[in-house]
Design a protein around this ligand. Structure first.
Ligand SMILES: [Zn+2]
Length: 239
């Protein structure tokens, strides 16, 4: 008679584990992205440099050709890229391939196309590796109360709730390193030399006021540069 009981528990746990799908995360990201793009457009900070926009689109297209091969399910996504001139906005890619690149950041770092490809490759790996979904599921695992609240509240909380930010910092730290490593290998497979790609991390390190400082959620720029160039040294051999 134990068996049905065990099955019941399993189904309950299973329901919790499946409380959130990647499609739901993508749909939520789409809404947040369009809202943010509308805000930037309203403030005349969206796509205000046609030449720069075309340049990031061109580099992204090369990466997306590789994504079709390496991550076939991502071909179903509605990829979108916009540029922002909001001073405080960094580059990011939301679930489902919704990208923003900050024109000021790219110009301040004086990134060439290989370095821009590295920036984009890092960012798109947060989406390709489903980092948002994993973050939300981890939040629900650590704090089951989130399984009972609207998903939109969790979307906001992972960026703004101090308790969640602290609890998820170690996961975020590992996701940053993963996006760096997978991003280098991916852009290399797309055709760039690894030694040129990792100059992005050199520029990031040189521009940082605290190049050796690991934050709770982000490895130090100097650490990222070293890891990237160690990896690059193994990739360019024979290419
Ligand atoms: Zn990142």
């Amino acid at each position: 008679m134990l068996r049905p009981f065990i099955l019941f528990i399993f189904v309950l746990c299973g329901t919790n584990a499946l409380a959130l799908s990647h499609d739901e995360v993508i749909a939520g990201a789409e809404k947040m992205y369009q809202k943010r793009m509308a805000e930037l457009a309203h403030r005349s900070m969206l796509d205000d440099d046609e030449v720069f926009l075309r340049r990031v689109e061109r580099v992204l297209q090369t990466l997306l050709q590789q994504a079709r091969h390496d991550y076939p399910s991502s071909t179903l996504w509605r990829w979108e890229i916009h540029t922002s001139s909001e001073p405080d906005e960094t580059a990011y890619c939301m679930a489902g391939g919704k990208l923003v690149v900050n024109k000021n950041q790219v110009h301040a770092l004086n990134l060439n196309d290989a370095e821009l490809a590295m920036l984009l490759s890092h960012e798109i790996h947060h989406a390709l590796l489903q980092h948002n979904l994993k973050e939300y599921l981890e939040a629900m695992r650590l704090f089951p109360v989130w399984t009972t609240r609207p998903f939109s509240a969790l979307e906001d909380a992972v960026d703004n709730d101090a308790t969640l930010l602290q609890a998820l910092a170690a996961l975020n730290f590992s996701q940053e390193s993963e996006a760096d490593m997978e991003g280098v290998k991916f852009a290399w497979r797309a055709g760039w030399r690894a030694s040129e790609l990792v100059q992005f991390y050199k520029k990031l390190t040189r521009a940082s006021a605290t190049p050796n400082f690991d934050s709770a959620s982000h490895p130090a720029p100097a650490r990222r540069w070293k890891a990237a160039r160690d990896l690059a040294a193994t990739l360019d051999v024979g290419k």
